[in-house]
Write a protein that binds this ligand. Sequence first.
Ligand SMILES: [Zn+2]
Ligand SMILES: [Zn+2]
Length: 214
Amino acid sequence: MAPAQRCPLCRQTFFCGRGHVYSRKHRRQLQAALDRLLPQVEAARKAVRSAQVERYVPEHERRCWCLCCGCEVRTHLSHGSLTVLHGGLLEHLASPEHKKATNRFWWENKAEFQMKEKFLISPQEYAQFKKSMVKGLDSYEEKEDEVIKEMAAHIREVEHSRQEVVRSILEVGFPWRSQSISGSARPRRGLFGTWKLERDNQDLICQPGSCFVF
Ligand SMILES: [Zn+2]
Ligand SMILES: [Zn+2]
C-alpha cells in the first residue's frame, strides 16, 4: 500500500499515491481553487498597462491565496501613504519562485497545460507594469496638486467675496440708512461715526467684523 499522503486541495489524507490527482473529487477541488484565483490574476493583469495609484487605506492590506506556492500574497503594493493597486500580486506572479512553484504544481496536479500561462506574468509584462506604475505615480501627483490648487483657489474665492461684501457695504454707504439720514439730515453718530473712523484708518479689510457691529 502506498504511504499516506495529505492533499492540501482536498484537505484529506489519501493512500492511492499519484492516482489521487485523477480522482473526481481532486479534479473538482483543483478547478474550484483555480477559479477562485483566476479573477484576481486577471484583474492584476489588466493593471499591467494602466497601473492605478491611490492614497493608502487599510483595505489595501488585502491578501489572496496563491495555490501554486501555498502561501498568502499581498494583492496591492503599499509604500508610505500610497498604494499601487494589484502591484503586490503582479510582483509575485512575475517572480521566479512563483514560476517554479507553478511548474511543479501543474506537474503534480496534472492541471490543464493551456491554463498555466494564465497564472504567470512574464518579465516583459512586469517591466511594462513598472513603466505604467511610474506614469500612475506622476498622474497621482498631478491630481493631488490639482486638488491643492483647487482648495487654494476656493480659499482665495471665499476671502475675496468676503472682502467684496465689506467693500460694497462701505461703498454704497448703507442705502437703507442714507434714506433715514437724508430724512433727518443729521447722521446718527453712533452708526455713521464708527464707519467713518474705520474708513479713515484704512483698516477695513483687516477688520471686516467691525463693519457689522454698528
Ligand atoms: Zn486532492
Ligand atoms: Zn505563487
